[in-house]
Design a protein around this ligand. Sequence first.
Ligand code: FEO
Length: 401
Amino acid sequence: MYNVRKIQDDIYWLGASDRRLEKFENTYRVPAGMSYNSYLILDEKTCLVDGIDYNVAQQFFDNLEYALQGRTLDYMIVNHMEPDHCAIIPQLVQMYPHMKLIGSMQAFKMMNQFYRFETDSRSIVVKENDTLSLGKHNLKFITAPMVHWPEVIVTYDETAKVLFSADVFGCFGAMSGNVFADEIDWEHDWKDECRRYYTCIVGKYGMQAATVLKKIRNLEIEMICPLHAHIWRKDFDKIISLYEKWTSYSYEVNSVAIFYGSVYNNTALAADILAMKLAEKGIKNVKVFDTSKTDLSIMLSTAFQYSTLVFAAASYNAEIFDTVQHLLSEIKNHSLANRTVGLIENGSWVPTAKLLMEKQISTWKNTVILEPKVTVKSAVKEDSLAELEKLADAIVESLEK
Ligand code: FEO
């Protein structure tokens, strides 16, 4: 049975949600599930804008059949060739043998890598600012390489003033009928997941995403239709200004997030003492995370959110405690920059974590490591307590007033 929503006179949302999915990309936990959006434009020619993941294929095909109202499918735009949007292309090609596929050169290269059907006779390769008329609707294609794969384009419907934005402005989480961002309490219920999605999926490619933002800033937009989660038809600045922050690796919260890895709670206590000292010095919204227990993507997302990060790690097998090490690698892999960092190490015979953390963090762009870097020998004693006090002072001094 179909479950579609008309979003404009002749544009339909054909998406579906997967609430059983444990991890998106088999990597990032999605406790609230995942949504996949696909759109259909009914004009003189019919045009599908992107597809969905295989897990929700049956719902998609029911939706498509209903929305087409007995018509055939003339075009499918492949803005993004990742399987969470393309898994059903081989079936669509069989169902609609005359359908033309529209995408970048790279998209067709990938299509030939993923699938076995013949693409040459069906492909329309588009470049920057190429256009296609469906009759009334005039579509313009805008390249968006590396947001989040190299083949990505976004499609601007010049007639309806709709931007089909691919992964840009997406979010983790299943939708519940309210497909528009103005039908939910986005700020309260979705903003954090939107940041986590951006950080995990697009975060590495901030520079490329910023380029796309610049291109779309000049467009007259009445609706933004991403491939995951809610459609925007008002308050565009709310999401675009956040994206401008995220893509430039600027912080949202001028405060301190402390991430510790602790074997016997002594490093944890050092982290908590630092947090308390910061609170006593008037710093609000301090957060402390046990890296052994907290989902990595939540910590990564918080690192993007906060101005100042403190890493407190036990030395472990002459290395950095492994969950702190994993977090540092993920932050580096996602190209986070422009942060202030504090360091705390612990070690009972030869502490090693501090030097190793410093070596890694010094490769992050425009990142300052504060003094002192604190060493705890087994447990916090008066000497390390005094060093924590000094680190708290240095952090307070470094925060933007
Ligand atoms: Fe939603 Fe990059 O795929």
